[in-house]
Design a protein around this ligand. Sequence first.
Ligand code: 4NP
Length: 159
Amino acid sequence: MRPRAILFVCLGNICRSPVAEGVFRQTLQSHLPEESAQWLIDSAGTSNHHQGDHPDLRSMAHAASQGLDISMLKSRPFTAEDFQRFDHILVMDDSNLSNVLSLASSDADRSKVSLMLEVSFPGENRQVPDPYYGGDKGFQVAYDLLTQASADWLSQWQN
Ligand code: 4NP
């Protein structure tokens, strides 16, 4: 499979998209160990509110409990230049979708953007719920959805 550049996007880039980045990288490394280093995998937030922050402690703890270290990641804002650098931009919810699309300047840009869960639940407009204001369960739900979708995207791109 041709190496690709993938960007995961949520609001703050501290809860969902850093987990998506880490889980997808882990999935890629286990399925395609030889070419995984050639892929560009990153995440960003539509808000710059948490710029420079490491992931939320609860996201890091859930990831660590599954053997995944995302503690080195740092939040950064999504910018229009990301449309040039990435082949696919996968967003967590409808709000992320409209914020990202508002910075698109061509049909080519727009065609790169999808809901993260579209691959697993086609046509259902399924969202990765924002766990920030909720309890621990939301982090587990997000983690499980992101694990499923990561495997599904990789298998879609392999076909
Ligand atoms: P995320 O979650 O978009 O998954 O990173 C949030 C993080 C921070 C805030 C909201 C959602 N916030 O309002 O600060």
